[in-house]
Design a protein around this ligand. Structure first.
Ligand code: DSN
Length: 421
C-alpha cells in the first residue's frame, strides 16, 4: 500500500490524526530541519514501519521464541542482524532495543551490578542523560564519575580522561556523545579502559550513519559494546540496536530480554533491516561525506557572520553555536529560529553560565538537510537565514518575512519518505 492510500484510509477513519500527519508533512517540507539527531526515513523504511508486522508478539530471539507463528518475523530479525553485522563488521548484533536509552540500559546490565562505578562525559559537556545524569536511571543505579572537554580547546583531552579514570577506577567507561562536534579516538579510549581494567561502551547513536558511510572511524574492534539508535544519521526507523563482542552476546541478549523488555517491535526491526540495506549502498557513502561537508560549510559561514563555533569548527554532522555574541540566550535564539521556520535546539556549551533550560548555545546538525540533497552552496543560504533570524529576534514581522523566504527555499528540495513514495 502506498503512503497516499494509507492516508486516505486514515482520513476516513480518523480525520483528527490524519490532519496531524498532513500538518507534519507540510512542516517537514517548508521548514529547514537542523536538529542534529533527526532525519527523514525513506518511503521503504516507512512502509516496513507501517506494516502488519506490528501485530506480532515474538518474545525471545529468532528460532527460540515464546510464541507460535513467528516464522515470518524470524526471517526479518535474522536479516536485520546479518545486515548490521556486515555493515559494521560486528561479531554480534541485537536489534531489539526500542530506544537508545534502553540499548544503554541493557549495556550496563550486561557487565555491571547496581552500585558499580562508571565513567562518562558530563551532560553539560555533550554526554547523554543515560551517561549518568542524576535524574536518570543510570545516575540512580550506578555510581557515575564524569569527565568533560578541555575548557580551552573545548575538545577531549585524552590524557585528562586517563587521569580521571586512574583516580576513579570505573568498571565501565562510556564514550560517544550527543553534542560533541569532533572526531572520537576510540582506540585511545580502549587504551584508557584497559589501563584501569574497565569495559568500554561506545554510544555511537549520533554518528552511526557517518560510521556506516566511512565518514568517521568505527568503535567496533575497540569498544566491547557499541550502542546506537537507528533513526539519526543512519536514517532508519525510530529504535536502537547494540553491537557486541561474541563473548558478551548471551549477556547482552538476556539483558534486553527477559531482563528489560518484553515483545520486540517486529515492524521496527524489519524497518531497521531496510535501513541497513540502504546504508550499505554506495550512495550512502556519498551521503555520509556530504553531511560532514555541509556541516563544515555551515559552521564556516556562521562563524564568518559573527557567531562563535564551539571548539572552532566540526569534524562531524553537528556544530555547537555560542550565540552570546548576538546578545541572545540559546532559548531566545531557538525561539527566533523557530518562528522563522528553522528548527534547531538550544544546547549547553562547555561550562555554560546559563541553566540547561536557557543555555548559551544552539546545536545545529546537517543530516536532515543533506537527506533533502542540499549542498555546500545551499548551506551558505541556510547560514544567511540563521544569521538574519537571530538578528531579528523579537521583531515578529521580520521573522515572518524570513519564514516566507525559508518556506520558498526549502520547498524546492525533495522530502524523503514523501517524494520517493
Ligand atoms: N534526544 C537525542 C538528541 O537529540 O541528541 C539524544 O537521545
Amino acid at each position: 500500500m502506498s503512503v497516499s492510500s494509507d492516508q486516505k484510509v486514515l482520513s476516513a477513519v480518523d480525520p483528527d490524526i490524519a490532519k496531524v500527519v498532513g500538518d507534519e508533512e507540510r512542516r517537514l517540507r517548508e521548514n529547514i530541519v537542523l536538529i542534529a539527531s533527526e532525519n527523514y526515513a525513506s518511503a521503504a523504511v516507512l512502509s516496513a514501519t507501517g506494516s502488519v508486522l506490528t501485530n506480532k508478539y515474538a518474545e525471545g530471539y529468532p528460532g527460540r521464541r515464546y510464541y507460535a507463528g513467528t516464522e515470518n518475523v524470524d526471517v526479518a530479525e535474522t536479516i536485520a542482524i546479518d545486515r548490521a553485522k556486515e555493515l559494521f563488521g560486528a561479531e554480534h548484533v541485537n536489534v531489539q532495543p526500542h530506544s537508545g536509552s534502553q540499548a544503554n540500559m541493557a549495556a550496563y546490565f550486561s557487565v555491571l551490578k547496581p552500585g558499580d562505578r562508571v565513567l562518562g562525559m558530563s551532560l553539560d559537556h555533550g554526554g547523554h542523560l543515560t551517561h549518568g545524569s542524576p535524574v536518570n536511571f543510570s545516575g540512580k543505579l550506578f555510581e557515575f564519575g564524569h569527565y568533560g572537554v578541555d575548557i580551552e580547546s573545548e575538545q577531549l583531552d585524552y590524557d585528562a580522561v586517563a587521569k580521571v579514570a586512574e583516580e576513579f577506577r570505573p568498571k565501565l567507561i562510556v564514550c560517544g556523545y550527543t553534542a560533541y562536534p569532533r572526531t572520537i579516538d576510540f582506540a585511545r579510549f580502549r587504551e584508557i579502559a584497559d589501563s584501569v581494567d574497565a569495559y568500554l561502551l561506545a554510544d555511537m547513536a549520533h554518528i552511526a550513519g557517518l560510521i556506516a558511510g566511512g565518514a568517521h572511524p568505527s568503535p567496533v574492534g575497540h569498544a566491547q559494546i557499541v550502542t546506537s539508535t537507528t533513526h539519526k544519521t543512519l536514517r532508519g526507523p525510530r529504535g536502537a540496536m547494540a553491537l557486541t563482542t561474541a563473548d558478551l552476546a548471551r549477556k547482552y541478549n538476556s539483558a534486553v530480554f527477559p531482563n528489560m523488555q518484553g515483545g520486540p517491535m517486529m515492524h521496527s526491526i524489519a524497518a531497521k533491516a531496510v535501513a541497513f540495506r540502504e546504508a550499505a549502498q554506495p550512495e550512502f557513502k556519498e551521503y555520509a561525506s556530504a553531511i560532514v561537508q555541509n556541516a563544515q560549510s555551515l559552521s564556516g559561514a556562521l562563524a564568518a557572520g559573527g557567531l562563535r563555533i564551539v571548539s572552532g569548527g566540526t569534524d562531524n554532522h553537528l556544530m555547537l553555536v555560542d550565540v552570546r555574541p548576538t546578545g541572545l540566550t540559546g532559548k531566545e535564539a531557538e525561539a527566533a529560529l523557530h518562528v522563522a521556520g528553522i528548527v534547531a535546539n538550544k544546547n549547553t556549551i562547555p561550562d555554560d553560565p546559563q541553566p540547561p533550560m536557557v543555555t548559551s548555545g544552539v546545536r545545529i546538525g546537517t543530516p536532515a538537510v543533506t537527506s533533502r540533497r542540499m549542498d555546500t552552496s545551499d548551506m551558505e543560504t541556510v547560514a544567511g537565514f540563521i544569521l538574519d533570524a537571530v538578528k531579528s529576534a523579537g521583531d515578529d514581522s521580520a521573522l515572518a518575512s524570513i519564514k516566507t523566504a525559508v518556506a520558498k527555499f526549502a520547498s524546492q528540495f525533495q522530502v524523503p519518505g514523501l517524494d520517493d513514495a
